[in-house]
Each structure stands twice: as structure tokens, then as C-alpha cells.
Design a protein around this ligand. Structure first.
Ligand code: PEP
Ligand code: CO
Length: 448
């Protein structure tokens, strides 16, 4: 029997986990049709450019920083919130560029990260059993029966929010906000403003020296475009396949299919079944794609994912995002790195040190310890060093504001402080200071 050729609809013949129970399929159909007529959010040329840059990461000549919210919120579409998140990511990128000594590819979990996979389809709230919150693309986080009803109209709202966010991100990253001297001066403020920050005085001073050296050589730091503008790419988990299918377009230049909802999409830990709909869908689009790899992944599964998702062995096409947990990463990672290296498939290996380290505090909040996050990162770098592969990047959940969701780090947040500013709609995020603290720690790891 000849296999059925890939189309953006072929996933419908495979088991699709984590899809909402839409109450009204007529409304879903109408939303899909409307989305299919909307302009693409990103363009094939930009996507190809990202694949090239990730190809550099796969070859050990660049480093990937992917960061942003666990779940973006429809209630938080302010210019300030977007600017502050972007600022933290840019600050981290400067520190990492210096630490790694190679370009840093910057990808936001932004402008589309609106859908969440859940471990359980329901949640007990008091005496009620409600459908779980699945991200604002699907339902509301408010714990009421009405709020948790999936609403296909949200697919269109998600598109609108993504478009508005992306518009601002494009303006900020090309319009001067990303100026290297300015980003560096924010880092200097961080270093000067706390005891934790002062640990990094030396790295900050070295970056400062490098900038002054360039200026002394006659490079006009304000006029040099590469120091003034940055490439910034968007990403989200390709979870709700009705949405992704509707935004998938055929590129008129090449005849290839691109999922134009974001520059790069990833497959989550819960939907990476080899014969499942998500792997099938992303196997056919030409975007660079990611796949989360958790503790249950076997060497055979990972090798099969390479064959399905990157049969042509294109560098930059496939990123594996490992999320093993601090205590297990050291044992689980080396065999995977070695097997993929032996198979000769180019991949980017990046470390998500967040999702294997979540627990519930005594006060009932989901949280993560900064030290566990660091321990997993250390294990990731050590495993690469042992196997001789390139630690390609980090993938973290953060926000630009002063939330109290993760424990420890700069500011030493304790369990008794979690309730103060706990605003995430899903997983706990690093706040701005914790995120910059983390970037300096990773820079130290990269330099040793
Ligand atoms: C996430 O990235 O928010 C997420 C749900 O991760 P994972 O699929 O690794 O659990
Ligand atoms: Co998350």
C-alpha cells in the first residue's frame, strides 16, 4: 500500500492527544475557516533564516536562548509587559553571548504560547470537578463551569493577540530598544543593585571593556546595525492542531508548507507519540521544530523521532529540548547524546531545566527551586562535555516582572513569599532578577 502523502490535514487520521472537547463543532469549523483566510503571522523567508541560524547551533557555532511565559495570557497584552519580557531576554542574551563566545539565537515563547497540555483533563475545585484550564486559546483559567467551557472563538482571539504582540516585538527589536550598549547598561544596573548581582561584577566589567575597546577602534556602537538591531523569533507548543493547520500555508517560492503561526514550533512531552497526530503534523512543515524529551524517552524513541522529523538530516531542522529533572539528568542524558551523535543526525540539544523540577509548596502553589534549575543545567553541560557534544542552549520560563513564583535565586524568595505576587496562569516563572542571575550562572558554566 502506498503511504498517503503528507498534507496539513493528514494528522486527522492519527490519534491526537490533548485536543479540547469543543462543544460546538459548527463554531469550530467557522473559526478554522476564518483563520485560514487571515494573513500569515510569520513569513517563509524568516523561517528559513531561523533554520540557518539553528544549523549554526547544531554545528556548535551558536547558542540558543528560548524563553518566555509558560502560558501567555489574554489578560496581559500590555506594551509594558511585552517590553519587560523582551528586555530580560535581551539582557540574558548579551551575557550568554559573552559567556559562550558565539552568537546567541533569540527565540521567545511569545506571540502564540496560548495552549497548554494537562496531566489530567479535570481539576477539583472545592466540591466541583471542572474541565482543566488548557490555555487561553481554549478556555479561561477562572475556576467556573462557564469559564472552563472550550470556546472556538478563542482561536481567533489567540491569532489577534499573537499579531499584536509580534507587531510590537518587531518594532522593539528593530527600532533601537535592543541596542547593545543600552542592554549592557541594564545589566550593569542589575550587577550594582544586589549582593547576588555583585558576584558578576567581573563578567560585566569584561563586557564593558570589550565595548570600550570596540569604540576605541573606531566602531560607532550607535550606528553599527548589528549592535543596534537583533533578530528575534517566536515560538510556541504546536498543541491545538486545528489552529496550526489553519495557519499552515504553501510558500509560493518553493512550494513547501510552512506553519505560519510562529517561526518555530515544538512538540510537548505529552504529545510526542511516534505515530500520533502532532509528530505527523510537524513532520510535514518546513519550519525548524522542537521536541521535548522527558525521563521516559528511550534511545530508540529519540532515534525514531530523528528519522520522522528530520529524514533529510538538515542542520537546524530539529531541536531536542531535554527536561529530565535535576536528580535524573546526569544519568539519562549521556546515552541519548551519544546515540544521536552516532546516528549522524544533526540536532540542537537544549536544556529545559524547569519542567522536570516542579513541585507543590506547603502553601499549595506550584513552584520550582532556582538551585534545582541550576543543578539540571550543570548536569546538562557536564553530560555534553563527557560525550563530546555541543550544549546548544537553554529553554526557560520567565517573565519581565517582579513575580514571586520560583524559590531562591537573586532575592532569595522563600516559600512564605510565594503568595505575594503569584500571577502565572500555569507554571511558575523566573522573575526578571532570577532570569538574569541564571544567565550569569550559565555564562560561568560556558566559560569553564
Ligand atoms: C511547557 O513547555 O510549558 C510544557 C508543558 O512542557 P512539557 O511538554 O515539557 O511538559
Ligand atoms: Co510550562
Amino acid at each position: 500500500m502506498t503511504p498517503v502523502a503528507w498534507t496539513p490535514q493528514r494528522w486527522r487520521s492519527r490519534p491526537a492527544d490533548q485536543q479540547p472537547d469543543w462543544p460546538d463543532l459548527g463554531q469550530l469549523d467557522a473559526a478554522r475557516k476564518e483563520l485560514a483566510g487571515r494573513p500569515p503571522l510569520v513569513f517563509a523567508g524568516e523561517v528559513r533564516h531561523l533554520t540557518e541560524q539553528l544549523g549554526e547551533v547544531a554545528s556548535g557555532r551558536a547558542f540558543l536562548l528560548q524563553a518566555g511565559d509558560c502560558a501567555e495570557s489574554f489578560d496581559d497584552l500590555s506594551a509594558d509587559a511585552i517590553r519587560d519580557k523582551l528586555r530580560v531576554i535581551l539582557q540574558m542574551a548579551v551575557v550568554l553571548t559573552y559567556g559562550a563566545g558565539v552568537p546567541v539565537v533569540k527565540v521567545g515563547r511569545m506571540a502564540g504560547q496560548f495552549a497548554k497540555p494537562r496531566s489530567s483533563p479535570t481539576e477539583a475545585v472545592g466540591d466541583l470537578t471542572l474541565p482543566a484550564f488548557r490555555g487561553h486559546m481554549v478556555n479561561d483559567d477562572a475556576p467556573t463551569t462557564a469559564g472552563r467551557q472550550p470556546d472556538p472563538g478563542r482561536l481567533l482571539t489567540a491569532y489577534n493577540h499573537a499579531a499584536a504582540t509580534l507587531n510590537l516585538v518587531r518594532a522593539f527589536t528593530k527600532g533601537g530598544f535592543a541596542d547593545l550598549s543600552q542592554v549592557h547598561s541594564w545589566n550593569q544596573q542589575f550587577v550594582a543593585s544586589s549582593d547576588e548581582g555583585r558576584r558578576y561584577e567581573q563578567i560585566a566589567a569584561e563586557i564593558d571593556g570589550a565595548l570600550r575597546f570596540m569604540a576605541a577602534c573606531g566602531i560607532d556602537l550607535g550606528a553599527e546595525q548589528s549592535l543596534h538591531q537583533v533578530d528575534f523569533f517566536t515560538s510556541h507548543e504546536a498543541l491545538i492542531l486545528d489552529y496550526e493547520e489553519a495557519l499552515t500555508r504553501c510558500d509560493s517560492l518553493t512550494g513547501d508548507w510552512y506553519d505560519c503561526s510562529a517561526h518555530t514550533l515544538w512538540i510537548g512531552e505529552r504529545t510526542r507519540a511516534i505515530d500520533g497526530a502532532h509528530v505527523d503534523f510537524l513532520s510535514g512543515v518546513r519550519n525548524p521544530i522542537g521536541c521535548k524529551i522527558g525521563p521516559s524517552a528511550t534511545v530508540d524513541e529519540v532515534l525514531e523521532l530523528c528519522r520522522r522529523l528530520n529524514p533529510d538530516r538538515i542542520p537546524g531542522r530539529l531541536t531536542f529540548v531535554t527536561r529530565m529533572g535535576a536528580t535524573r539528568a546526569g544519568d539519562l542524558l549521556p546515552p541519548l547524546f551519544a546515540a544521536v551523535a552516532n546516528a549522524g543526525t544533526p540536532v540542537v540539544w537544549t536544556c529545559d531545566p524547569m519542567h522536570g523540577n516542579t513541585f507543590t509548596s506547603a502553601g499549595g502553589q506550584k513552584t520550582r527551586r532556582f538551585d534545582d534549575i541550576l543543578t539540571e543545567l550543570r548536569a546538562f553541560f557536564a553530560a555534553h562535555r563527557a560525550v563530546g557534544t555541543w550544549p546548544g542552549g537553554i529553554h526557560v520560563e520567565l517573565t519581565g516582572s517582579d513575580v514571586t513564583e520560583c524559590l531562591g535565586g537573586d532575592g532569595q524568595i522563600g516559600e512564605d513569599q510565594l503568595h505575594l505576587r503569584y500571577t502565572t496562569t500555569c507554571d511558575p516563572r523566573l522573575n526578571a532578577r532570577q532570569a538574569i542571575d541564571l544567565a550569569f550562572r550559565v555564562a560561568e558554566l560556558l566559560r569553564t
